[in-house]
Design a protein around this ligand. Structure first.
Ligand SMILES: [Zn+2]
Length: 470
């Protein structure tokens, strides 16, 4: 029996050379051929979004380890050793596990044979083929990638891309069911839903990736960023080329999606909502005018309260049960949205203004970091630092609010004609709901209520965006 080789590929942001999964698999095949090994499996892990020090488990790496222990694999081919091991510790653990099986590992520049003593002790120092030969393989793979790109052939690894089925010679056919899901996700994202919300919904519906895994925000984003979805492929040297397959999304939809993904303001996109209170940021104290903050009181009852701490310096005299306030405000909001007058008053999104505000937010963030450095370096006094910080924060918040309300007009446009209450119930997603609130509500003020009343709706004053109180 010949030597059974596994090809291991990993895409991640810490690998600077940018070899895609398809390229890595091709490297592996060429290395196996060079060594006279038989390829018995391809293992692919996606580490995008993970940091260099990530301890995130790698599913195929774990599977590879199990299959080595099961005696199913004798050798591994990999572009660089660092694809296989992210940290020295991982390498030591792997070596301990693999040594009894006399495993061989071949990369473009190294050869490790755990059968020989030298292999065990000086493993990562030894390079068995010369750099010349490695360079030839790299060039061959690059050339092929380049000619495939010019010809508009699809470029994917061992697994088929979501939404498409390869039909040979670099052509792809649309998988209608998956294409429908891609369109659904795009629409929902453009309407203000989060990647995390969509993944959670898809998990409930049993929708998986083409490798049978549950959808997570990072792979979903990566999947939606592929130009393949508009029937194109991209190559650094060739640029964007029309591919041998039909588009699933229109260019306009896809470009808007990319714009949204690149937005620094949405970088924490997909994480669990940081804010768990519907109205924080919109709700104020009726006595001192300071923002109310969410927080549980003794017994864990959620409430909005005016706090006297150093950050807010509120009066500390207003506290109201959050659930009751939310319910009251939502009731008025939905009633109001049912009136057509308001909806028609919302204009289209101004992309230029939105880009300007996005830049403003980014600029403020950079300035805030510089400011903190200056303060740390003693070039600013504390009062100066605090004053400038407050000014920048206010500017940034204002730009963010403008962007929220623009995003919200998208949302409003999308529910136009639908029963608003149903849409509200259907979107069990705090981001979506807050964006809708931002579109219509300027502020909510909580006033002291009459004595011996459990909850006084009249003490809640909503200031609507067009300036009408109710
Ligand atoms: Zn107060």
């Amino acid at each position: 029996m010949g030597i059974r080789a596994a090809i291991y590929c990993r895409i991640s942001e810490d690998q600077q050379d940018g070899w895609g999964v398809g390229d890595q698999e091709e490297h592996g095949r060429q290395l196996a051929q060079l060594m006279g090994w038989e390829v018995v499996g391809v293992y692919v892990d996606n580490d995008l979004g993970a940091t260099v020090r990530s301890r995130k488990p790698r599913r195929d790496y774990e599977r590879l380890r199990r299959e080595i222990q099961g005696g199913l694999i004798d050798a591994i081919c990999v572009t660089e050793m660092s694809r296989l091991h992210r940290r020295p510790l991982e390498w030591h653990q792997f070596r301990e596990l693999a040594a009894p099986f006399k495993l061989k590992i071949k990369s473009l520049t190294d050869y490790i044979d755990l059968e020989t003593g030298e292999g065990v002790f000086a493993a990562n120092l030894r390079a068995d083929i010369d750099e010349e030969e490695a360079e030839q393989i790299r060039r061959r793979v690059l050339r092929r990638a380049l000619s495939d790109a010019k010809a508009g052939k699809a470029h994917h690894g061992a697994y088929r891309p979501f939404g498409y089925q390869p039909v040979g010679d670099g052509a792809l056919e649309v998988v209608e069911e998956e294409a429908g899901l891609i369109r659904e996700a795009t629409l929902r994202l453009l309407q203000g839903e989060t990647l995390g919300g969509i993944c959670a919904d898809w998990q409930k519906r049993g929708i998986t990736t083409t490798t049978g895994r549950s959808w997570r925000p990072t792979p979903l984003r990566a999947s939606l960023m592929r130009p393949a979805l508009i029937g194109c492929r991209e190559h650094p040297e060739v640029g964007r080329v029309r591919g041998r397959w039909p588009a699933i999304l229109s260019e306009d939809e896809w470009e808007r999606l990319q714009f949204m993904f690149k937005d620094p303001d949405r970088q924490n996109h997909g994480r669990v909502n940081v804010r768990s209170y519907l109205l924080t940021g919109f709700i104020y104290c009726g006595l001192c005018g300071k923002p109310l903050r969410g927080g549980p009181r003794k017994g864990g009852e959620r409430s909005y309260c005016c706090r006297q701490d150093v950050v807010v310096r509120g009066c500390g005299r207003i506290r109201r049960k959050a659930d009751l306030v939310d319910e009251e405000v939502v009731k008025r909001l939905l009633y109001r949205l049912d009136s057509d007058a308001l909806r028609s008053g919302l204009g289209a999104v101004d992309d230029d203004a939105d880009a300007a505000d996005r830049d403003e937010v980014a600029w403020c963030k950079t300035r805030l970091t510089q400011l903190a450095d200056d303060y740390a370096d003693d070039t600013l006094t504390k009062p100066e630092y605090l004053r400038q910080k407050r000014r920048l924060t206010e500017r940034m918040e204002a730009a963010k609010r403008r962007r929220d309300s623009r995003r919200a007009s998208h949302i409003l446009a999308s529910i136009d004609g639908e029963p608003v209450r149903e849409e509200w119930e259907r979107h069990d997603d705090l981001d979506w709901r807050r964006a809708l609130i931002a579109a219509v509500i300027e502020s909510v003020t909580v006033h002291p209520q009459r004595v011996r009343v459990k909850f006084d709706p009249d003490a809640i004053v909503v200031l609507w965006k067009d300036g009408v109180r109710r």
